[in-house]
Design a protein around this ligand. Structure first.
Ligand SMILES: C[S@@+](CC[C@H](N)C(=O)[O-])C[C@H]1O[C@@H](n2cnc3c(N)ncnc32)[C@H](O)[C@@H]1O
Length: 243
């Protein structure tokens, strides 16, 4: 767990910039479109702020997260779900109890993704489905360059479990592995949204000079081209526990 999830605000800022996406089907709706109807009960590990389930009808739902702040938010955001604080690599559930298990943009945070995948397999019943979202090369590259320009680390959250390696990792524990890419480009018309995104990557508030340094090239692009464009590379990998 990084300190970036001690409060829900950085994650909320990171999710907010995706409202500038140009795919007419938003990410969470796209995920539901691929997975629904769900075999229940459904487990989501690293469920964050519960954004996947906002306003969505769902079967019996169990949400976990390693962050106490995320768990507190989940209890109010998805009040009919059972919520448990747990690391994705050590799930407090019996074998074979879930019909679906999700890990959306989580496994690149886990020290040993293979252990987490083995746990997801263990808690699924035979025939149950797993779905794992992660990012690949070039994801948010233009925002990453801005972060680096003010001395922050690049947006490299996918490197620990990249889209390019995820299917092979799942194939070690599951059958019928399919990786699907979500096509999207962010067309951002508000420099403040990019500043908030870059700030969410830091474990501290940005200084005024840093905010200005991020905003200047974004504002210039908006003035010149009408928008600042950010590429995305996100995938959803699905698979089945055969036996
Ligand atoms: C990028 S957010 C994704 C949240 C949510 N799945 C979504 O798609 O909106 C990653 C989440 O994983 C949680 N997390 C990070 N490392 C974890 C771990 N080792 N075990 C469980 N949760 C973890 C964080 O607290 C955070 O809520």
């Amino acid at each position: 767990m990084t300190g970036n999830y001690v409060t829900t605000r950085p994650l909320a800022s990171r999710i907010a910039i995706h409202e500038y996406g140009t795919n007419p089907v938003p990410w969470y709706a796209w995920v539901h479109g691929l997975l629904a109807p769900y075999a229940g009960p459904v487990l989501e590990v690293g469920a964050g702020t519960g954004a996947l389930w906002s306003g969505v009808e769902h079967p019996p739902l169990v949400l976990t997260d390693g962050s106490p702040a995320m768990c507190a938010t989940l209890r109010t955001a998805v009040p009919d779900a059972a919520v448990a604080r747990a690391g994705a690599d050590r799930l407090p559930f019996a074998d074979g109890v879930f019909g679906t298990a999700l890990a959306n943009h989580v496994l690149y945070h886990v020290a040993d993704p293979a252990t987490a995948l083995a746990e997801l397999r263990r808690v699924l019943r035979p025939g149950g489905r797993v779905a794992v979202a992660t990012n690949g090369a070039g994801h948010m590259a233009e925002a990453s360059e801005l972060a680096v320009s003010i001395g922050l680390p690049p947006v490299d959250v996918h490197e620990h479990f990249p889209a390019e390696a995820a299917p092979a990792a799942l194939a070690l524990a599951f059958d019928d592995v399919v990786s699907r890419r979500y096509e999207d480009t962010l067309v951002v018309t508000d420099a403040g949204a990019v500043v908030a995104y870059v700030a969410s990557l830091a474990d501290r508030p940005l200084t005024r000079d840093e905010e200005d340094a991020v905003a200047a090239p974004v504002s210039a692009a908006i003035a010149r081209d009408g928008a600042f464009r950010i590429g995305k590379h996100a995938v959803l990998v699905t698979a089945v526990r055969a036996g």
